[in-house]
Design a protein around this ligand. Structure first.
Ligand code: DP6
Length: 335
């Protein structure tokens, strides 16, 4: 079995509506979360596997350049799952990866890249061990679980449309019991600042451990999830907005009230939020916002309002500035 094998996947990023913030071993969340799978913002990854007698070795090429930082991260992750994929011990892997979106653009590249990695590993596993997962769903559940071990939020990226990650589960599942309006959601990402994150996600989650509001937060997230799932059965966008914004602002409020405090929002982030609130009130337009662990603002709205909203963004709110117009997507693809 010394033939060369190659597998390739694209896997999207996602943006959380109910935020995962706080975790416990092993990579399990303190609260449930749900996210919107993106469409245009994805990682394309291929892995070439050659048999080797020298243990696991790795080459990592990110956007045509060797990348030592990512290589180390992936190597360390792979060493934690060797017992599940023993063939890794006799593998020389060449991983090539690229993103359709700029680095540090406020789109979670760990979600798309770590889910792509998990999918590629499982595809290789099927080829090498001749073990075929019984169903595609079964394959995706496993991929979600390995993606989670690499980066929590990545487990939601393998799921089309809405990925639900319950706090007791090791993988995310699709959530489909929704009004069709939500299947048309667009996400325009306003790039407020492209500089690297000042706290890693793991350090951020760590801040929740001694946070004075941690138990309150975990309950709030579960309550918000129950409310959101019920709201999404109908097309009342105002109710949807209330929960989504509460989650985004709660995430940042938690960061600001951590010790040490973390302030990721920029003055422009707040300016945009205030302007959008005023504009939607004046024009009676369904648009809401969410925010990741960074300053960039994700504007969410139904596709039916795409022309008017994108006109407003491009010609007024965010004229001549960087924006990525994305939308809900149907998950990863083998290529
Ligand atoms: C604010 O999934 O990046 O985006 O598990 O440590 O890799 P690790 O953290 P990560 O945390 C994401 C936090 C968040 C909210 C969310 O996506 O739910």
């Amino acid at each position: 079995m010394d033939k060369i094998l190659q597998v390739s996947w694209t896997s999207p990023s996602n943006i959380a509506l109910i935020k995962y913030w706080g975790k416990r071993p092993v990579q399990m969340p303190m609260n449930s979360s749900i996210s919107l799978t993106l469409s245009k913002s994805y990682t394309k990854m291929s892995i070439k596997r050659e048999e080797s007698i020298n243990g696991l070795s790795l080459e990592f090429i990110f956007e045509n350049n060797q990348n030592e930082k990512f290589k180390k991260k992936i190597y360390n992750f792979l060493t934690t799952i060797l017992k599940d994929f023993p063939w890794l011990n006799t593998s020389k892997l060449t991983i090539e990866s690229s993103n359709t979106f700029p680095h540090s653009s406020g789109i979670a590249s760990s979600a798309s890249s770590m889910s792509a990695l998990a999918l590629c590993l499982l595809s290789l596993d099927e080829l090498i061990t001749n073990y075929k997962n019984t169903t595609h769903d079964n394959f995706l559940e496993k991929a979600s679980s390995y993606a989670r071990l690499a980066s929590g939020s990545a487990c939601r990226s393998v799921v089309p449309n809405f990925g639900l990650w319950k706090k007791e589960n090791t993988f995310a599942v699709p959530y489909n019991d929704i009004h069709p309006l939500y299947l048309t959601l667009c996400d325009s990402i306003l790039i407020i600042d492209e500089t690297e994150k000042i706290v890693s996600s793991s350090a951020g989650h760590g801040l929740m451990e001694n946070h004075p509001y941690n138990e309150i937060r975990y309950n709030q997230a579960e309550n918000n999830l129950v409310k959101l799932l019920s709201i999404m059965k109908n097309d009342n966008f105002l109710n949807f907005s209330e929960i989504v914004e509460n989650e985004a602002l709660s995430l940042h409020a938690l960061m600001m009230t951590s010790t040490p405090s973390v302030i990721l929002l920029k003055p422009e982030s707040l300016e945009v939020i205030l302007k959008v609130k005023e504009w939607r009130l004046q024009n009676n337009i369904p648009i809401t916002f969410t925010i990741d662990a960074g300053p960039n603002i994700h504007l969410l709205y139904p596709e039916r309002y795409k022309v008017i909203i994108q006109n407003y963004i491009n010609n007024d709110l965010w004229k001549n500035k960087k924006v990525i117009h994305d939308k809900i997507g149907d998950g990863p693809r083998a290529i």
